[in-house]
Design a binder for this molecule. Structure first.
Ligand SMILES: [Zn+2]
Ligand SMILES: [Zn+2]
Length: 757
């Protein structure tokens, strides 16, 4: 072989891949060129057979840290010797699918530069190189060249250009290369007034130390920052209208993190990884209570940009509150004007580089020693999830309603969008549309064969689905919510058969009722709902999800006379109902008016939270169940609660009403609430595990898994896992896509191609 034409796909753009290839070619004595092809990298390698073999071996072995090589195809050619090896201009011709890397944290070398007073980039918050920094957040389209990023607004100075063009420099073809002389900069505002200071970052940190609230624009959006002090956090909560929602904190380093939380090895690894997610970890009592009121865990992250490291250079504080700045339910602010115009903060530290792709911080919780994404966003997106088989069709899934992501299935890869959020808000729905469009663009996708949506007739994502189906002239399919959870679990674990416990708050069922505690069996015959939790009345419909005591009254209603129920509720939860509300609730329960039924796991946990007095009103998604979990964490599952099953409409159900009634008895005899909470979680887990095992045996399916929002509950998942494994089954969870509704879009696309086969 005199020469080889090589196509490399994977994450090979924006990771210093071409400079790496250049250096490798020099080292191995190869001539030719390397070229970005939009969706892949093309290399022409000319040399002796041995040189070419060395070159090919080095290509995979020594690839840069951010690169991920999925495929290398080699075609022999007869090109003659080309004298030199060159990096040639990009071509926008569509290849078969390279992707951009995600945004990662600043590297050690750049960090040393910003801390070195003799370096031109000393104290420069946008310092990056080919191994680190912003990528996805600044790109408009492929190929990944400076003109296609928001750095195009900042022409390089001669010194930056020299580094950028020098093949041995670590900024060689690093597209976001810039310096204080030519790059973007930060400005500090007080209200709408520009504050005239030499060092706006230092000044902003000074304000934080004084107890002021500062909006800090970063790489993928904006944070609201404050000191870690309950008085200041309380003020932030009032200004921001977030009475209870947990805030994340950013701390100086691992040592500071260990002051506020107990960290396991895997949690430490996640915190310090290049991707720098927020990790929800076990809170210590010294952590300010108001950062995560009533919860046993706290979201912590480490600094990830030059700016963050500089902030800690200017203070002695161990950390700051750093929570996404957005209007309730709406996407995070990405424009300096809207940050300055909002009244959440006293000061605003904003920059003048466009954020082209909004990316929230990723959030991970370790459940049963495995990471579970609460949000998969910065640091992970747009990296695809690798599937087992190629799909002939290009399929786009649009998720459900809350915690939405979109998912593009192309070939054997599933590209999830970043975390989008609550699509009941128009601006969030628009964000979903733009994120999907960006994904189509970055993957060079011009046509889509099918669009998939949730079955719920009221979800706004349906309207977007219809719009996209019209645009592409493609059919629109529906996938049931809990089937999508099961499919999402199967997709990333490469399973053909599974019994999936799809456990969450609510999803529209095949029968039109509200599901959420489902045993979904998937075998050769397809998917079926083989068992579930007992359907329970929700007096007032959605109100029962907002006020958990309504759910409690609903579940207990058939187990007591109304007089008894009233006195039980008065004894324990007299303060949970407003005047006359309980009578109205009882009337609804008697007549069935506006009282749909639900087999939801979340609603049972809500009712338990109300019974044990940890939550009267849900102010954010999952709040009652999270507070119940925090209470249960302080107790032990010492009480024997009944696990009874019966038949309902042909399937087996777990009678949660009997379980909850027995909990009332323990409460009446003054048992420790934390122990009751732990016993309820444990009993629920065991009952569900028993149903899953029974279903697995009947259908000869060896794999059992858990998906849905309840998959973030460590106690429940651990107990299910213990039981399932003790019965000889394999156990699966989701570690690549969120088990919550952020993973629904993956399940939707996977379910669709599976069914088509
Ligand atoms: Zn760097
Ligand atoms: Zn410069």
């Amino acid at each position: 072989m005199r020469g080889a034409r090589i196509e490399v796909t994977g994450i090979v753009q924006g990771v210093g891949f071409r400079p790496f290839v250049y250096r490798l070619a020099k080292k191995t004595g190869i001539t030719g060129y390397v070229k970005n092809m939009g969706n892949s990298v093309e290399i022409l390698a000319v040399g002796g057979g041995e040189e070419i073999n060395d070159f090919l071996a080095g290509l995979e072995r020594d690839a840069p840290p951010l690169a991920r090589i999925d495929n290398v195809s080699v075609q022999p050619t007869d090109e003659k010797d080309l004298q030199a090896f060159k990096i040639v201009e990009s071509s926008s011709a569509g290849g078969s699918g390279s992707v951009l890397p995600p945004d990662v944290c600043i590297c050690e070398t750049c960090l040393a530069e910003i801390n070195d007073p003799s370096n031109p980039r000393y104290g420069y918050p946008f310092t990056v190189c080919v191994d680190c920094g912003a990528r996805y957040t600044i790109i408009e389209t492929v190929p990944y060249d400076r003109v296609n990023t928001s750095m195009t607004d900042f022409p390089m100075c001669s010194e930056c250009k020299r580094e950028y063009e020098d093949p041995v420099d670590r900024r060689f073809h690093a597209e976001p290369t810039c310096c204080p002389a030519c790059g973007p900069s930060y400005h500090l505002y007080y209200g709408s007034k520009l504050v005239d200071v030499i060092n706006p970052v230092e000044a902003a940190v000074g304000k934080l130390d004084e107890g002021r609230i500062v909006a800090v624009m970063g790489v993928g959006g904006t944070h609201l920052a404050s000191a870690l002090d309950d008085t200041v956090v309380q003020r932030l909560r009032r200004r921001f209208n977030r009475p209870e929602k947990p805030f994340a904190i950013m701390v100086r380093g691992l040592e500071a993190a260990s002051k506020f939380a107990s960290l396991s090895e895997i949690e430490k690894r996640l915190l310090t990884s290049l991707r720098r997610p927020i990790v929800a970890v076990q809170k210590k009592s010294v952590a300010p209570e108001l950062v995560a009121p009533g919860l046993d865990n706290i979201g912590i992250m480490l600094p990830y940009t030059a700016l963050h490291h500089m902030m800690f250079n200017y203070t002695d504080a161990d950390g700051f509150v750093m929570t996404s700045a957005n209007l309730p339910g709406e996407p995070m602010f990405t424009e300096a004007e809207e940050v300055v115009a909002s009244s959440f903060s006293d000061y605003c530290l904003v920059h003048n580089r466009q954020i082209l792709n909004r990316v929230d911080d990723s959030v991970i919780r370790v459940v049963g020693d495995r990471p579970a994404f609460i949000r998969r966003s910065r640091g992970y997106v747009p990296e695809p999830i690798q599937l087992e088989k190629e799909s002939g069709e290009v399929v786009l899934g649009l998720g459900a309603e809350l915690n939405v992501t979109g998912c593009l299935l192309k070939g054997d890869r599933a590209f999830l969008t970043q975390y989008i959020g609550d699509t009941t808000k128009l601006r969030t729905l628009e964000f979903l549309e733009s994120a999907v469009n960006r994904l189509l663009k970055l993957t060079g996708t011009k046509s889509v064969d099918r669009i998939v949506i949730d079955m719920h007739p009221g979800y706004a994502t349906r309207a977007l689905g219809r719009k996209l189906a019209d645009r592409f002239g493609t059919p629109l399919s529906e996938v049931q919510h809990h089937y999508a959870h099961a499919s999402s679990l199967m997709a990333e674990n490469r399973l053909d058969e599974v019994v999936c416990l799809s456990l969450d708050g609510a999803g529209y069922g095949l029968d039109g009722s509200v599901w959420g505690g489902e045993v979904i069996c998937v075998d050769e015959g397809g998917m079926t709902r083989s068992a579930s939790l007992e359907p329970q009345p929700m007096p007032g419909g959605d109100l029962a999800a907002v006020y958990p005591a309504r759910m409690l009254a609903g579940i207990l209603h058939s187990h007591y006379s109304e007089e008894e129920l009233k006195s039980v509720l008065a004894r324990h939860r007299g303060d949970a109902f407003r005047d006359g509300e309980l009578d109205l609730v009882l009337k609804q329960l008697r007549s069935g008016f506006n009282t749909p039924f639900t087999s939801s796991t979340g609603r049972v946990l809500d009712a338990a939270a109300a019974l044990l007095g940890v939550c009267w009103e849900r102010t954010y998604e999952g709040e009652p169940a999270m507070k119940l979990e925090a209470l249960a964490d302080k107790g032990k599952p010492v009480f024997e609660l009944p696990i009874r099953f019966s038949k309902h409409q042909g399937r087996e159900i777990f009678e949660t009403g009997k379980m909850l009634k027995e909990s009332v008895e323990f409460l009446e005899s003054d048992c420790k609430k934390a122990d009751i909470a732990a016993s309820i979680q444990n009993t629920l887990a065991r009952g569900l595990a028993i149903l899953a095992v029974k279903c697995g045996r009947q259908n000869r399916v060896k794999a059992i898994g858990v998906s849905g929002g309840v998959a973030y509950n460590n106690a429940i998942v651990t107990e299910i896992e213990r039981h399932v494994k003790s019965e000889g089954f394999e156990f699966y969870t989701q570690t690549q896509a969120p088990p919550g509704d952020g993973g629904i879009s993956l399940g939707q696309v996977w379910h669709t191609i599976k069914k088509g086969r």
